[in-house]
Design a protein around this ligand. Structure first.
Ligand SMILES: Nc1nc2c(ncn2[C@@H]2O[C@H](COP(=O)(O)OP(=O)(O)OP(=O)(O)O)[C@@H](O)[C@H]2O)c(=O)[nH]1
Ligand SMILES: [Mg+2]
Length: 445
């Protein structure tokens, strides 16, 4: 798939030089600077360079206008401002204008005409990053699906525009013979797109189901932990530190697109499957949320979720709120979430941590980089698990191999010895399977 920016460094010229534009109400919930900082990081993640920023303010956010109300329906930011952006494009030799706001296909066309280069919005930029990062079959399917679903209404938009053109004659509009060839072509394109979307959805379901079965077969476990959080919060770093894995870590947005699962030895003899997943972002294009739902679902199935937070980030409260909104949307119960306040090593103001703690029912302050707080995290997780699990001593006779293998499949062996009368072990197992070993229990509980 082709990216928004030229990746070939030889030809990198004006096409990777971008200008950011944002329109914000005076009482916006997020500061325009912070919002554009994030857009800047997104452009960097797509291998572009930001050469200028334009902020446009408009009146207070009104109930009926919503956050996305344009200054002018045709140009979104107004003609004067569009002209200003056009001047900047020429002055900086830019090849792309990226809007922080969502634009309609008609607005994009009008703006491109006025500023003299390609115009995209934040959603399209995010789709572009995902497209260039997708490697696994599931991720590629999800990205293609999101892109097609993004394209489908645009084809519709073009179609209605042609319809208007063809139907210019008043009463005759829509009658036989008024359908132009362009319109027919778009109608066909739409059908092709719809068919492809259905096929992708089916295939995606198959891939995800297969993977779920593999994960289940591999772990055979009922109690797992999932990492969730804003992009760049440090989820993959935490996975690596805790499990010794080598998941890809980078100071860029959306470094991870796939779910990976590794064993985390929370204490000797006890390991728990821990899974990493795609990061969240404010106003994630809903097509992406929808198509990544299946990947997210894998992580969200976990009994316990660790919401990893970059406590050093300027907009940490906004990021926590954005993640929570997605979790709520996916029906995750807050009780199942522990806050992991990460990057404590670079938090300048400790009062931030105090405030953040109040946002979670339960939380722990850590640094995935220095290892600070990770013991506390493990203890917290063990404590949570012990609500669903129990520890006991058993003696299982050598001829009861079925029971021993049940213990190995579902539980953990904390200590063991083989003696004449059988296998002596201290084990930890889910309460759900306790009845199957109850008969072999020895000593006090
Ligand atoms: N100072 C500091 N930096 C950290 C810490 N944890 C992670 N980082 C850095 O934060 C950046 C992002 O880390 P990742 O682990 O890739 O973050 P992620 O949450 O997996 O991000 P995505 O996969 O993009 O969603 C990297 O540059 C890490 O080195 C930490 O505890 N302290
Ligand atoms: Mg990651």
């Amino acid at each position: 798939m082709t990216g928004t920016f030229d990746t070939d460094t030889q030809t990198r010229s004006h096409s990777d030089r971008a200008i950011l534009v944002g329109l914000y109400p005076v009482n916006a919930s997020i500061s325009p600077e912070l919002s554009l900082n994030e857009l800047d990081s997104l452009v960097t993640a797509a291998r572009g360079t930001v050469v200028a920023r334009v902020i446009q303010r408009r009146g207070r956010e009104s109930a009926e206008g919503g956050a996305n109300r344009p200054v002018d329906p045709a140009t979104y930011i107004g003609r004067g401002k569009a002209e200003e952006v056009g001047d900047l494009v020429r002055q900086h030799d830019a090849g792309l204008v990226v809007f922080d706001n969502e634009l309609s296909p008609a607005q994009i066309r009008e703006l491109e005409r006025r500023v003299g280069c390609r115009v995209i919005d934040r959603s399209e930029l995010i789709l572009d990053i995902f497209a260039s990062r997708a490697h696994s079959r599931a991720a590629m399917l999800q990205v293609e699906l999101a892109m097609l679903e993004y394209t489908a209404p645009r084809l519709r938009g073009m179609w209605s525009h042609l319809e208007r053109q063809a139907g210019g004659g008043g009463a005759a509009s829509g009658g036989i013979g008024t359908r132009g060839p362009g319109e027919q072509q778009i109608e066909i394109d739409r059908r092709i797109v719809q068919r492809r979307i259905s096929r992708l959805k089916l295939e995606l379901e198959r891939v995800v189901n297969r993977r779920e079965r593999q994960v289940q077969a591999r772990t055979g476990r009922v109690w797992t932990v999932g990492l969730v959080g804003y992009t760049n919060a440090g989820k993959s770093t935490l996975l690596n530190t805790l499990t010794g894995a080598d998941a890809y870590v980078a100071d860029q947005l959306f470094a991870t697109l796939d779910t990976v699962s590794r064993r985390w030895a929370v204490r000797p003899g006890v390991d728990i499957p821990l899974s990493d997943t795609v990061g969240f972002v404010r106003d994630l294009p809903h097509h992406l949320v929808a198509s990544f739902r299946s990947t997210l679902a894998e992580a969200l199935h976990a009994e316990l979720l660790l919401h990893v937070v970059d406590a050093s980030h300027l907009d940490v409260a906004g990021q926590v709120a954005a993640v929570r909104a997605v979790l709520d949307d996916l029906g995750v119960d807050h009780d199942r979430v522990i806050g992991v306040l990460n990057k404590a090593d670079v938090v300048a103001d400790p009062t931030v941590l105090v405030e953040l703690r109040t946002a979670f029912a339960q939380s722990v302050t850590v640094s995935a980089r220095t290892g600070q707080g990770l013991d506390d995290l493990a203890k917290l997780v063990i404590a949570r698990r012990s609500q669903d699990w129990t520890e006991l001593d058993v003696v299982i006779p050598h001829d009861a191999a079925r029971v021993a293998s049940l213990v190995h499949q579902h539980g953990d062996v904390i200590s063991q010895a083989w003696e004449d009368d059988g296998w002596h072990a201290r084990i930890s197992i889910p309460r759900a399977v306790l009845w199957q070993v109850e008969g072999y229990r020895v000593g006090t509980a």
